[in-house]
Write a protein that binds this ligand. Sequence first.
Ligand code: PBG
Length: 333
Amino acid sequence: MSEFELAPGSVRPRRLRQSAAVRRLVRENRLHPSDLIEVLFVREDLSAPRELESMPGVFQHTLESLVEAARDAADAGVGGVMLFGIPTHRDATGSQADDPEGILNRGLRAVSEAVGDRTVVMADLCLDEFTDHGHCGVLAADGSVDNDATLDRYAAMAIAQARAGATVLGLSGMMDGQVGAVRVALDEAGLSETIVMGYTAKYASAFYGPFREAVDSQLTGDRKTYQQDPANGREALLELDLDLAEGADIVMVKPGLPYLDVLSEVAAASPVPVWSYQISGEYAMIEFAARAGAIDRDKAVWESLMAFKRAGADAVLTYYATEFARRLRDGDD
Ligand code: PBG
């Protein structure tokens, strides 16, 4: 028998775990449908929606099924929908990105008409889906990604996306100065109400794997000259300072689960909303582990989303947004 005994008057943390009702009463964090942002892919050359092998349950959409999915998301009460586009034609500068008839801009127009003000329509602002080399920017003669030339492309893309109906632009390219370049371009075009969400800390992550299938990525190398080194935490705070100084309305830490320490630090330091992104590989890990019978899917989804909240995220981009918002509506918190 143990020598150790709790003396009379001891603190017993288990008191507050004794029943579901007490646990509910003392719960620190809650999720709400408006905390969740659905991620949707629209692909130009499809005649029917196509399910992704590496992300079961997630689809590349036609324009029609995109609108349907956006309506479902709005009906479920999600905070917003983030659109990515997969064009048929790709070239060195990603010309379809700022063409008003490019697939992403057509998708933005169709979705914003369909959902109106019921949810917030957002656009991914990056060139990787649109370039034939798959990099997030345009290339210099030596093959490196040309930061400042890319900023001009982002500025043009921002104006096209705002005019197509996007309320929030998600700047995911990790070029230096991207927030400032886009902010100035929008304001000069009379689009000062368009909200800029900067991917502040975005890491060069292996967990983007399934996304490469989702957008039919053309990339052969890696993104290590512009995305952050997974070994570094501190530079996220430098990126935060820069994004704030350049006028970011919202900031983002991505990926999510492997970078909750970074999310927590950025959330503690930021005066503007902080979002995170439960990315494709995080989704795939849950789905394939559940299919193998290793974990309980619904519980793991809940726990992973709650981890984002606990770490300080105000909202989360997730492929589970619509499904989970429905769950919350049905009383499962
Ligand atoms: C780049 C971009 C990526 C993701 C979102 N935007 C891929 C990358 O940086 O390589 C990944 C999202 C996910 O994995 O779910 N525009």
